[in-house]
Each structure stands twice: as C-alpha cells, then as structure tokens.
Design a protein around this ligand. Structure first.
Ligand SMILES: [Zn+2]
Length: 423
C-alpha cells in the first residue's frame, strides 16, 4: 500500500495502560464487550505499517525481532500514557458546504427536527451549498473534518455522500471524499447515500427518485468504484421500508455492501431490512421489542449515535442497555453532519454513551473500536492491537482507560500512529 511505503519500525515504549481489544470472533456481544484486553507497563512494536507485537514491555524488549533490528527502530516514549486502537468512526456525513445555523437557532427556540425540515431547513437546506460547491471546495471541507477526527484519535472513517441528490452532485461528493482520503493518512470507507431525502425537484414523485437512484446513480457509482456501500434513510418524511428495500437491493446487485439509517424518530419493522444482511443499521433510537432478538441473532451491527441526541437536545437516548443485554452487537459513531451532529470527536461520543446510555467505559471503547470496525467489515485489519493488524494507534495523556469517557470535551489525544507512521 502506497501510504505505508516509507514506514519506519516503531517502538511505543513506557505505555501505562494498553487496551488491545484483542479477542475471538468479533463483533462482540454481551459480556465480551467488557473485555478491553488490558496490558499494564506495555510496549507495541510496529513495522511495515502493521503491528508486530503488543505485550508487557519486558516481553517486547526480549522479542527476537527487536534484538536483531534495534538500530532500525524509532522509539516513542509514551510516558505512562494510555494507548488504544485508533477509533473507527463508522458513520459520518462530511461532504457538506456550510454549517446550518438557522436550523440550530430554530431548534433552540423550540422547533422539532420535522418542523425544521417542513420549513425548508434540514437536509434539503444543505443541497444548494453542495450543488454550488466545486469538487475541490468540498474536498477541502472533508479533509478538514478528517484532520479534526484524526486529532481526537480516529484513523478510519466511513464517509457518506447525500447532500447533492443529483447524479452529478452525488458523484462529485464521492469524488471529493476520495480526493480527501488520498491526502489523509488514515483509511476512508465511502458510502453512497443518494437516498438521504427526496430532493425538491422530485417532490410528490418519490418512486421516480428511487428508480433514478436504483437504475442510474447506484450502477454508475459501482462502475466508477466510488463507494463501497449503499445507505438509505428509512424514516417518515424520507423513504418507506419498501423504497428502502429497493435501494438496498440495487446496491447489493451491484456488489456493494449495504447499511441503513432506521428507527431514528419512528419505529420500523427491521426484518425487511435484515433480509439484505446489511453491515449495519444505524440510529436505532426506537427499535420494537420484537425486533431486538432478530437483531441479536444477525451479524448486522447496530450503530448508536448519541451525539445527535445530544445536539438535538433530546432527553431520550437509544436504549443501549436493552440492546446490549439482549446480545445485539453495538457500535458507536459520531454521525458528523451539519444538521444534527457537528462533532468530529469519538471521545465525546464515548462519554455521552456512558453518561446518557449507561454503557460502561469498556463497552463504549469496544463499540468505538473493534465493533465499529465490524460495522465496516474491516475487523481483519482494524479495531484492535494484535500482530498482523494495521498499526493504527492513539496515545492519550491519561493513565487509565476510564478517563477517555471522564474528561469530556477535552481532547487528551497527544499522538497518532497511522499505518505505522507518526502523524
Ligand atoms: Zn447519519
């Protein structure tokens, strides 16, 4: 891989706590989410962009490879800090042109999400900005967001289109994501979200828009290899279950992975979506009881996005405990977007998951690393610190992993290692 061509050998030494997140058969469910694979007084050896070894420092210093190659190795003194696998932010919308300040003020004055959308705000109000922006301008926006995510511990990001909603503007958004991803040291996973809402020019002709997405946009994006998965917003005011199924079916027929925004404001019957074996179902604020066990038996990861609840001023958060205690594989993500969650911070999301959804800190860290990697089907490379995996590591100037959730809105990430490189 070009990004790791000049990778040096790195030794992260003097790690106070190393949360490896190692374990069998991810995604993790139930009690397995509590295991962070903690090693105290640890060190990590990286080479060729990969983890070579991660263990107690005294074991690492005796490692035969290190003995042979000591002079080639660059050492990083972690000064007793905490090292985690870099976060995987498995749900973001970075391809937008401007913040949505009018929506923000209206909401503070008491308007609901749906009232704002009905008044011409919401997702549709981001369309004009994206349609007018050049690919380069959008790409700059995406890159700025990726850099902000990286600074807070994230090295893998799922990035969606969805504010263009014409063939050319969705393509432009995905190209902007690709351009930004090429400059960025981390890994970008791109998703086509042409079925975000119905654009105004298709008002009253929703099925015709769905047909355009399925017959024109998805095949073109697949042919140009501009996205790895297809997403749909299955919600009142966006797309019905039947329309959503058409979108996922079209994606799957083109060889793309599938995922969906569902159960954010109104419950939806999940069986019809799980039939497509989506990699993830996201939001899941109001899942019906009868669907929880279906979800627990599936390989699909439920991605919870508590920063959106926070920013929307909701008193209610997704019922993480019910999902966790039923054996659903849970992940966490920022949902970075201009309307409902303008934050790049996975540590903030972890903190909100603990304080507002009663997840334990180890559960939240598992959900932000290894399970989030599963939500992108990247668990073979990402989400834990194990030999052979990508050397994506985040160093924090704290001595205990529980501090990640404790110091909220305070960035304690002091060093990132991405594909074995100090960045
Ligand atoms: Zn979203």
């Amino acid at each position: 891989m070009a990004k790791s061509a000049t990778t040096p050998y790195l030794l992260l030494a003097n790690i106070g706590q190393l949360a490896t997140m190692r374990g069998e058969n991810p995604p993790r469910r139930g009690p397995a989410l509590e295991e962070v694979g903690l090693v105290k007084d640890a060190a990590v050896l990286c080479g060729g962009g990969k983890i070579i070894a991660a263990d107690r420092q005294r074991e690492i210093l005796r490692h035969p490879w290190l003995k042979k190659n000591r002079r080639k190795v660059v050492e990083i003194d972690c000064r007793g800090g905490l090292v985690l696998p870099a976060f995987v932010d498995c749900h973001t919308h970075p391809a937008f042109a401007a913040p949505r300040l009018i929506d923000f003020e209206k909401r503070i004055a008491g308007a609901s999400y749906e009232e704002i959308a009905a008044a011409g705000g919401g997702i549709r109000s981001s369309l004009a900005g994206v349609r007018q922006a050049t690919r380069r301008e959008l790409s700059e926006r995406v890159f700025t967001a990726l850099q902000a995510m990286l600074a807070q511990g994230t090295a893998t990001v799922e990035a969606k289109s969805g504010y263009g909603l014409t063939t050319e503007d969705e393509i432009k958004s995905l190209e902007a994501i690709r351009d930004a991803g090429r400059r960025w040291p981390g890994t970008v996973f791109s998703t086509l979200l042409a079925a975000h809402v119905v654009p105004p020019e298709y008002a009253g002709r929703v099925d015709q828009y769905v047909a355009k997405v399925c017959d024109e946009i998805i095949p073109l994006v697949a042919r140009e290899k501009l996205a790895q998965s297809v997403d749909v917003f299955c919600e009142r005011g966006a797309f019905t279950l039947e329309q959503s199924q058409k979108v996922l079916d079209a994606g799957r027929r083109q060889g793309l992975d599938t995922r969906a925004h569902v159960c954010q404001f109104t419950p939806s019957e999940l069986q019809g979506l799980l039939a497509f074996q989506p990699a993830s179902l996201d939001h899941m604020d109001c899942v019906r009881d009868e669907d929880v066990s279906l979800l627990a038996r599936s390989e699909t990861v439920a991605v919870l996005l508590p920063a959106a609840n926070y920013f929307l001023g909701h008193r209610e958060y997704p019922n993480a405990r019910r999902l966790l205690d039923s054996g659903v594989a849970l992940a966490l993500a920022t949902d970075y977007n201009p309307g409902t969650s303008p934050t790049p911070s996975m540590p903030f999301v972890i903190s909100a998951a603990c304080t507002h959804m009663r997840m334990t800190v180890p559960e939240a860290i598992s959900a932000a690393t290894i399970n989030a990697a599963c939500a992108l089907r990247l668990q073979a490379r990402k989400g834990s610190i194990e030999p052979g995996k990508d050397a994506d590591l985040a160093l924090f100037d704290v001595s205990d992993h529980r501090e990640i959730a404790y110091w909220f809105a305070w960035n304690r990430c002091v060093q990132m290692i991405v594909l074995g490189q100090k960045v």
